[in-house]
Design a protein around this ligand. Structure first.
Ligand code: ZN
Length: 249
């Protein structure tokens, strides 16, 4: 569907950018993105993607808001403690931009449901807080041929990378973390403002990817050090023995 007058007005500051224009804005409207986790990272991702006019957003999370989430999850208010995050986040997006179609999936991504939930999207953004889920999401993204932006924040460090089949997230972290939630930020702590910054950076990468602007970001890890305030970019190598994207997979 073409952009309406209301949308042309709403996205005027995008459309005036020569790299985006009406065609780029239309690509955003036509795009479907799955956002895994509705926590701190997604609190940076979702407002940005809703504002940018991404046409279809699927928000996947089975948690309820806890008081200790609020320092890093500005999607939620104090009086919403106890309510389901996926539903609240979808409502937030709908209020922010009624042109965005949202679907809340109150479920946890597991090996047996990952492909069914994630298929049909143009891009997956993973902002969950544990390696086990991230590896399941990554494996499904490789099998489905859907690009993945993986974003994480812990203590004072953030990391974001775009994976397009090879190298994959498993090439980057290996097989050691399939079994447990060993890096949950509950144990290690995280600076609240960092998660939003990392999430917003992930949204920027997503918009670049959907519109098709800038150099290809796939296979590069972007690291933010919240103490020294520096960003670094590192190339991620393919693991020739990777069980997900390697020759024997
Ligand atoms: Zn791999």
């Amino acid at each position: 569907m073409a952009l309406s007058d209301d949308e042309l007005d709403r996205y005027a500051r995008h459309i005036v950018l020569p790299q985006v224009g009406g065609a780029g804005q239309q690509r955003l409207k036509d795009a479907s993105i799955a956002v895994v986790g509705a926590g701190g990272i997604s609190a940076g991702v979702l407002p940005a993607l809703a504002g940018a006019g991404v046409g279809h957003l699927t928000i996947i999370d089975d948690d309820r808001v806890e008081l200790s989430n609020l320092h890093r999850q500005p999607l939620y208010a104090t009086d919403q403690v106890g309510q389901r995050k996926a539903d609240l986040a979808a409502r937030f997006v709908g209020k922010r931009n009624p042109h965005v179609e949202t679907r809340a999936v109150v479920d946890r991504i597991e090996p047996d449901n990952a492909e069914a939930i994630l298929s049909g999207h143009d891009l997956i953004i993973d902002g969950t807080d544990n390696f086990a889920t991230r590896l399941v999401v990554s494996d499904a993204s490789v099998r489905l041929g859907v690009p993945l932006i993986s974003a994480a924040a812990q203590q004072f460090q953030g990391q974001v990378a775009l994976f397009r089949s090879k190298p994959c997230y498993r090439c980057f972290v290996g097989d050691a973390f399939d079994a447990d939630d060993c890096d949950s930020c509950a144990e290690l702590g995280v600076l609240g403002a960092l998660t939003g910054t990392v999430g917003n950076f992930a949204a920027l990468m997503a918009i670049r990817e959907i519109v098709g602007i800038g150099p290809d970001a796939a296979g590069t890890l972007h690291l933010l050090d919240g103490l020294s305030l520096s960003w670094r970019a590192l190339k991620i190598s393919s693991d020739p023995s990777c069980r997900t994207c390697g020759p024997s997979s």
